[in-house]
Design a protein around this ligand. Structure first.
Ligand SMILES: [Zn+2]
Length: 488
């Protein structure tokens, strides 16, 4: 038995000013047998494929995999190169493979393709034909069009945000594939879209209402003839015709049952549309920071300030407010600013520095903040992740610096990423417990660790690129009536 594996992933924010080009994907690309050795031990969809297929005696045919991160619209040249490579690789082995497993995102947008994943599936079908099954693992934040189900045999989405189940999603797809190839099942699928857009902040599955949707999904999964159920929360900051949540069911040759399941989940989400789009306890930056400082004084564990609207990891609204309100024992990890990091390295570890940091990516980033203080650390930083989502994967922060500015510990990095585990603090010789206030620019992934590490999470809605309030964006491609989008 031979199964080809390949993938291409990007979460595309179409309102960001800059496009994503080849360098973001070329840096991450892995090809051929290197895919197996790189991803086998990881909590990723590709890792999950390998973890199920290898022990089952499947001969894997790895082609290419690259994830270009989370950024602006992807250039067509990326699609041409990587989908071209996937399809050429598949066409070369089409006569000798029994199936294809793909790892895609679901919210990738290129210059000329709104629904990129369906386009990928169409091109892959051209390469391998319709006689063999293709199954796809996708991110929970995919904006899916039902058309993808006319090309894919079955699709499987993460069921957790934080995405601690990426590996399990790959294993679900691979197990379903092996059952299908063994003739034990005949997968059929259905999708329902209730016309609802959820800002990522409210896609957390550890708290209501996201948790209630996943609980409901689990009840269906336990029923006879149900192979798998996914609920995609979508990715809100994307101006595409298929924007919004989707429920997907895979059953064993029971199309009516698949339809009943997806209609039930779509209705269940629609009933909760208010709480899925306008959550409670969202603070202004000024009020949220003041509350965190006050609570941090007596809390036994740090207070986590969630600055969820930052997409480029360099907005300074919260940092500015921490300094203005004279916060003590506060941490601002992973602020993206290679230029300021270089200035700190030049000043030298242990020396004083006076530098303008962060807020440089766009006018929406809040502008740089003046940091005056001692350089606690400066240099290149790379380590193996130890968090639930990052373990086994190399984390490269590039040139970094840590500045103790007043009561705020500010970490400057050269590769943009957000705080989802303790590594960015512990790898620099500190403990999360050293701080009264810790800022994260994650959306939901930080919850896997910080629901335990922090005494409380205080969410602020800064005026950056991904606010909870979607009314500030001018959506042109989204059909009328999709809640809560108001077309101008
Ligand atoms: Zn996601």
């Amino acid at each position: 038995m031979r199964i080809a594996i390949a993938g291409l992933s990007h979460e595309t924010h179409t309102f960001l000013p800059d496009k994503t080009g080849l360098p973001s994907f070329d840096e991450d690309a892995v090809r051929g047998q290197d895919i197996i050795s790189t991803y086998r031990p990881t909590n990723s969809s590709i890792g999950g494929f390998i973890q199920v297929c290898e022990p089952a005696g499947v001969e894997l045919v790895p082609i290419v995999y690259s994830a270009g991160g989370v950024a602006g619209t992807v250039k067509d040249e990326v699609y041409d190169k990587y989908v071209g490579e996937i399809c050429a690789g598949l066409a070369a082995v089409a006569d000798s493979i029994d199936a294809v497993l793909l790892s895609l995102h679901g919210a990738m947008v290129t210059e000329s393709r709104q629904d990129t994943e369906t386009h990928i599936l169409k091109d892959v079908r051209k390469a391998v034909g319709y006689d063999i099954p293709i199954m796809v693992a996708l991110d929970l934040h995919g904006n899916l069009d039902p058309a993808i189900l006319t090309k894919a045999t079955a699709i499987f989405g993460y069921q957790s945000s934080p995405h601690v189940d990426s590996g399990e999603t790959g294993r679900r797809a691979a197990r379903a594939m092996l059952d299908c190839l063994a003739g034990k099942t005949k997968p059929v699928t259905a999708m329902a879209k209730p016309g609802l857009v959820v800002p990522s902040l409210y896609s957390a599955t550890t708290v209501s209402p996201g948790k209630d949707i996943i609980d409901r999904l689990r009840q269906w999964e336990g029923k006879p003839r149900v192979i798998d159920v996914s609920f995609f929360f979508g990715f809100a900051w994307s101006d595409v015709h298929q924007l919004g949540v989707s429920a997907v069911a895979v059953t064993d040759n029971a199309p009516e049952l698949a339809r009943v399941i997806v209609d039930d989940l779509a209705a269940f989400a629609w009933e909760r549309r208010e709480r899925l789009t306008h959550g409670p306890d969202l603070y202004s930056v000024e009020d949220g920071v003041a509350l965190a400082i006050r609570k941090g004084r007596t809390a036994k564990k740090p207070i986590c300030v969630l600055d969820h609207s930052d997409r480029l990891n360099d907005t300074t609204f919260v940092l500015h407010e921490l300094l203005r309100q004279n916060a003590q024992d506060a941490a601002m990890p992973l602020l993206y600013d290679p230029e300021a990091a270089r200035a700190c390295l030049a000043a030298g570890q242990g020396n004083q520095v006076d530098v303008l940091a962060g807020g440089k990516s766009s006018p929406q980033a809040g502008g740089p903040v003046r940091l005056k203080g001692r350089v606690e650390w400066a240099g290149e930083k790379k380590y193996m992740g130890t968090g639930p989502m990052s373990y086994g994967k190399e984390q490269d922060l590039g040139l970094c610096a840590v500045v103790q500015a007043g009561g705020v510990w500010v970490q400057l990095v050269s590769h943009p990423t957000s705080l989802i585990d303790e590594d960015p603090i512990t790898q620099f010789g500190r403990k999360t417990g050293d701080f009264k206030v810790i800022v994260s620019k994650s959306k939901t992934h930080f919850r896997a660790v910080y629901e335990k590490v922090a005494e409380e999470i205080i969410t602020v809605d800064a005026p950056a690129y991904s606010p909870a309030d979607l009314s500030v964006f001018d959506y042109k491609n989204v059909p009328r009536g999709v809640y809560p989008i108001t077309r101008k």
